[in-house]
Design a protein around this ligand. Structure first.
Ligand code: NAD
Ligand code: UD1
Length: 312
């Protein structure tokens, strides 16, 4: 049994990861300020401890880290929206970068001994560079405060490994989707918003012409990737794409969702969002080298997602 910290563990990816870690018999501590997360997402288990707290509360985080000396730390808390970071660059910087740096500093100064610190970075760091698919060595061009903070924090993670010997690893998630993704903010992941529109028969606002492409990766594959990266010792002080290696346009993914659900999405078009990336696709060779293989393609993933929404 390992003692594991998940920041942002009441959110979409964090809570699904927590389900899996609890199922495997671990003890999980979650810190989440519930700005986007929901206590309803948390696994119902004696082995989960939940703190409704912001990771920007450095005093609280420092004490928590020292008291527990966790075996594994997953840093998933973030203001996860590109658009929101453009509206509120200072506030999002405090969460997306400074709070994580404080966690690293505490681990270093207090000589804590986690087996792995996994930081959730993003495909957003690649920006609009022409090279596709994106390899981890492709050029970096962060186009929003969100992407800048993710890239800078990645560098802190990698270099805290090299300078001070901390075992860190970073995930560049592409577009993750699936049950528990919160559709309630205008900045929520697009497939959670489409789901909500399908369920409620609401109008979906499509920004741009719908030709923008994304590598949509199903949540179960993302949880697999997180576990592989945490438990593989050679995945250290490095960065890995987490995706499927397949791409689809927004118009086509909406069509695929219409087929999976048997419903129609009502669409209204608006101007493209500021800072929006046009095309995104991952090369996942590096992660495959650690034994990762995505199991859920977009057609199967949307069907699973729709089934889960029906059960709810
Ligand atoms: P999410 O919004 O569901 O989860 C993030 C969680 O962090 C939420 O529960 C939120 O309440 C919490 N949080 C926000 N600010 C906090 C703070 N100050 N203190 C404590 N908790 C705070 O998003 P997600 O999709 O689960 O994303 C998890 C991580 O993965 C994030 O770091 C995000 O940037 C990254 N990521 C996600 C995607 C994606 O497609 N979903 C893609 C790339 C990267
Ligand atoms: C998403 C993630 C981000 C991550 C990045 C990595 C979310 C909220 N954002 O950003 O954390 O770093 O992937 O690739 O999960 N759109 C609409 N209508 C809407 C909402 C979105 O047309 O109501 C469009 C957007 O303009 C964009 C596309 O859909 O072109 C995808 O948007 P979104 O789901 O927000 O994802 P990213 O911006 O790619």
């Amino acid at each position: 049994m390992s003692k594991i910290l998940i920041t942002g563990g009441a959110g979409f990816i964090g809570s699904t990861l927590a389900d899996k870690l609890i199922e495997e018999g671990n003890q999980v501590v979650i810190v989440d300020d519930l700005s986007m997360g929901d206590v309803e997402n948390l696994p119902k288990s004696m082995n989960v401890t939940f703190h409704e707290e912001s990771i920007t509360n450095h005093f609280f985080m420092t004490k928590l880290l020292i008291t527990n000396n966790f075996d594994y730390i997953y840093l998933l808390a973030a203001v996860a929206s590109v658009a929101d970071s453009i509206e509120r660059p200072i506030e999002t910087h405090a969460v997306n970068q400074n709070a994580n740096l404080n966690i690293l500093e505490t681990i270093r100064k207090e000589k804590l001994t986690p087996k792995k610190i996994v930081f959730s970075s993003s495909a957003a760091v690649y920006g609009n560079g022409p090279e596709l698919p994106k390899k981890e060595t492709s050029s970096i061009d962060p186009m929003s405060p969100y992407a800048i903070d993710k890239f800078a924090t990645e560098r802190f993670m990698v270099d805290y490994g090299k300078l001070y010997g901390l075992p860190t690893v970073c995930t560049r998630f592409f577009n993750v989707y699936g049950p528990k993704q919160n559709p309630k903010s205008p900045y929520s992941g697009v497939l959670s918003i489409v789901s909500d529109c399908l369920v409620r028969d609401d109008i979906f606002t499509l920004f741009g012409d719908g030709s923008q492409t994304r590598d949509y990766v199903y949540i179960d594959d993302v949880v697999d990737a997180l576990l592989i990266l945490a438990t593989t010792p050679e995945a250290k002080n490095d960065v890995y794409n987490v995706a499927t290696g397949e791409t689809i346009s927004l118009v086509d993914v909406i069509k695929a969702y219409e087929s999976a659900s048997g419903r129609k999405v009502k669409v209204v078009k608006k101007e493209a969002r500021l800072g929006d990336v046009q095309d995104s696709l991952a090369d996942i060779t590096k992660l495959r080298g650690l034994g990762y293989e995505p199991k859920v393609n977009v057609t199967a993933g949307l069907a699973k997602y729709w089934d889960a929404l029906q059960e709810k």
